[in-house]
Design a protein around this ligand. Sequence first.
Ligand code: SF4
Length: 328
Amino acid sequence: MFEARYYEKEQGKKTRCLLCPHNCLIADNKTGICEVRTNKNGILYTQVYGEVSGYAVDPVEKKPLYHFYPGRTLFSIGTWGCNFKCAYCQNWNISQQQVETTHFKKEEIVAMALREGAVGIAYTYNEPTIWHEFVHDTAVYAKARGLKNVMVTNGFINEAPLADLFPVIDGMNIDLKAFTEKFYTETAKGNLAPVLKSIKTAYEAGVHIELTNLVVPGLNDSEREIMEMTEWIAALSPEIPLHFSRYFPQYLTTMGPTKLETLKKANEIASQKLKYVYIGNVAGEAVADTCCSACGKKLIKRDNYKILENNISGGKCKFCGEKIYGHF
Ligand code: SF4
């Protein structure tokens, strides 16, 4: 085990973890809510440093990131555990239980990413916040060797550990799960306010940001909520891409998948204020293409994760010269 960063010692061999807003007070021989940070004799350890539950070469589009080196790949890695407990978790088999892992050194991860010709490394699959120490150290090593670093995260992280990632994390897809505290406290067992703060801070720090909202029937899909969420994002920047994703029953939920009409309505509402809105997890729908917000012409035509056409040149629309948010 590797000694955790971001914690304080408390009386009676207790430790206070300061990595995420749960700020767990952890007694000797106990773990925090995420289950991967353990107090042993008054010292907090991470159980997952270098422990990889799975890796794959994924298209950037799969994260989803549509404005970050389209058509390239990311060497994607994850461990296990999460600081949320979403009832509908689509990755619950690695987020809500311990799984078998293989130990890797950061040098091995970077060597594999370089060998695969990936544009960078994605810390994904489970929640990378709770893997902070390994993510940070690997990202530093990767960046020095010309690789980009991307996190696919719930954004539930305290300010100091988040800020420590900014120099090495180039892009983030942050899950904005809903726009009510009720949803976050009841369904995800977290809070909305720190997530909004992370989005704002990361965007203002110059990290490339895209957001994903998994639309769950009856829980976060009201038109009013979508409108309020859209307004909040637009006030930060109308350029931030928003991906609505289709829910399928998983883990503790049994209701059927999100209706296509609901996703289309969400797309219509958000498109009134945001420049780039997409629908994901839906086969055969033309809602994954990027259009220029100035001239309306199609810039990137996608088929699932494939790029069929790319009309962005030097970060600008080839037709009218409009600057397009992202890295191309
Ligand atoms: S990272 Fe884990 S142990 Fe630390 S505060 Fe969050 S849930 Fe608790």
